[in-house]
Design a protein around this ligand. Structure first.
Ligand code: ZN
Length: 120
């Protein structure tokens, strides 16, 4: 008999795959935040991640309504931000002003610009 821990691990894997499949259908194959085509990443063997819309640390739960499928970039950039804060953060990208790569510096620039407005 396989160790119980192994069985649970396998069950969790299947469970998360089922969730991913449901979310993929629901979101029509797009990342929940930046709307990129998740299929392109899947073809490159990069699996989409599951994100908590409201992070657990901010009182979010594991219910399906609080879960969404995200691309690798959003997954690594969002961290503990909640949905609204993250969408605000990636707004310049969504508006086509900057690339994903330059977003961090652009936001830093905006922050500094705001901070030193009185000097300009
Ligand atoms: Zn994304």
């Amino acid at each position: 008999m396989p160790a119980l821990r192994f069985v649970f691990k396998e069950m969790a894997k299947t469970f998360s795959q089922t969730i991913k499949f449901i979310l993929f259908e629901k979101q029509k194959g797009q990342c929940a935040y930046c709307k990129c085509d998740l299929m392109k990443e899947i073809h490159r063997n990069i699996l989409p991640g599951i994100d908590h819309i409201i992070p657990i640390s901010q009182g979010g739960n594991d219910n399906l309504e609080n879960l969404c499928l995200v691309c690798k970039w959003c997954n690594s950039v969002k961290r503990n931000k909640n949905k609204d804060d993250f969408l605000k953060y990636i707004q310049p990208y969504l508006e086509g002003k900057v690339s994903k790569k330059d977003l961090r510096e652009y936001n830093l620039f905006l922050k500094l610009q705001k901070k030193f407005k009185h000097l300009l």
